[in-house]
Ligand binder design. Structure first.
Ligand SMILES: [Zn+2]
Length: 216
């Protein structure tokens, strides 16, 4: 049976890791809307050209074009076993549009996995990430510290923290995520599709919960 899934999760919740582990096992396609937009634009199709017009002018791509893009993708051969939608829907109108698309295709959404995390744990994990300014080698100040503080083992370059990993940035992104995503969580909860997974610890544990749920 087709498995069409949605994944929701705050930045740092491990959505990417889960997608990489899960999709090959189920033979389904990971659809990240951002990647898909880029692919469609590169393809130069009439839809791609229309979307590119919006992207180039810095405008938001209208929902109906994104809907058309997702519908076309769902109809392609590599999505026939199912998909894991990542980054879509983001709003209630998009969720309603998706529901209509899936109903039209006879492929109702099987489940919506919400990877929930505690902000403090995300902060603890991310604020300790640094990388070499010169060669890009990643370090973690607790789990994988450099031999000499602030200096790259490989090339002697300075270790820096990415803007995205600063505590204030993490807090801001997290608050924005919750504010935007809560309506979707409520929407899918009402439809009995929401599966919340506490994704604070081990990615393998998250994967196990998802696989167990899908096997039931
Ligand atoms: Zn280096």
């Amino acid at each position: 049976m087709t498995k069409d899934l949605i994944i929701l999760g705050a930045p740092g919740a491990g959505k990417g890791t889960l997608a990489v582990d899960l999709c090959p096992r189920l033979g389904i396609k990971h659809i990240s809307t951002g990647d898909l937009l880029r692919e469609v634009i590169v393809s130069g199709s009439p839809l791609g050209q229309e979307i590119n017009g919006y992207v180039k002018s810095g405008a938001l791509v209208p929902d109906d074009l994104i809907g058309q893009m997702i519908k076309d993708t769902l109809n392609s051969a590599d999505c026939k076993n199912g998909v894991l939608l990542d980054g879509f829907p983001r709003t209630i109108p998009q969720a309603e549009m998706l529901e209509k698309i899936m109903t039209d295709l006879g492929r109702p959404i099987s489940a919506v996995f919400y990877l929930s995390v505690e902000l403090d744990r995300v902060i603890r994990r991310l604020v300790n990430r640094v990388s070499c300014q010169k060669c890009g080698k990643p370090y973690h100040l607790i789990n994988l510290p450099p031999k000499q503080s602030g200096v790259c083992d490989a090339c002697g370059g300075a270790l820096i923290q990415r803007e995205d990993d600063k505590e204030e940035t993490i807090r801001k992104r997290f608050a924005t995520f919750i504010e935007k995503t809560q309506p979707l969580i409520d929407f899918y909860q009402k439809q009995n599709l929401l599966v919340e997974i506490k994704a604070d610890d081990d990615p393998q544990k998250t994967l196990a919960v998802v696989l167990k749920y899908l096997a039931e």
